[in-house]
Design a protein around this ligand. Sequence first.
Ligand code: MG
Length: 260
Amino acid sequence: MEIARMISVKTEEEMEAMRRVGRATAEVLDVVCRAVAPGVSTWDLDQIVAQEFKIRGAESASLGYAGRTCPFPAHACFSINDEVVHGIPSPGRKVYAGDILSIDLVGRLGGFMGDSTRTVAVGAVPSEVNLLLKATEAALYEGIAVAVPGNRVGDISETIESYAKKYRLSVVRELTGHGIGREMHEEPAIPNWGRKGTGPVLREGMTLAIEPMFLLGGDALVFSEDGWTVRTADGKFAAHFEHTVAVTKSGPEILTALKN
Ligand code: MG
């Protein structure tokens, strides 16, 4: 009960603001993912993110976000191949056919945040890499499906973990999903591993960033000296998919879904 009280529950008005920023974030992520092609630099993609947020009256909440050693220096995180999260874009960091690129955006609009990530294949990739992407994305939707009032965080965690096991993939254990709202990272932490029936109870009005990160190899990670980039210790590929989701009485509502 103590923990549940610390988790923010949004009013209907706040939920409307969460929908607006979620929508903007989804649209920007879609535009930048469509711009991914062999030879493009992550720096150029980051400029697209800045511009597309601006067009929508929003801004990046990642730019200047306080880190272990320095503020995050770009508008989005671009993580290539064995980079799991928090890759920093630069003009020299380009993607080529056979690479995978995860683009992680946090938008801010009207005082609220939306957080969404997609990992895309650049050109053709080996079938095991395709399976990694498909399984991670499918696990996200499986996890979202159990984000309903009365369930617990552990229901999301075990659902995601069991999906990884089914496909013989590893789960990142040192990074988690999180509550989100006025702050990028709110309570509760949402691990991608755990046991059903454990953890904080989900209630109507909570907004959660659910984000499975699956690995082709082992789960050991290396935290880079740049203070941000996290990569796999064995150099094998990592995939990451994320949505911001509202827990509502009529079921989970994906706030960062693309609407037609
Ligand atoms: Mg997140």
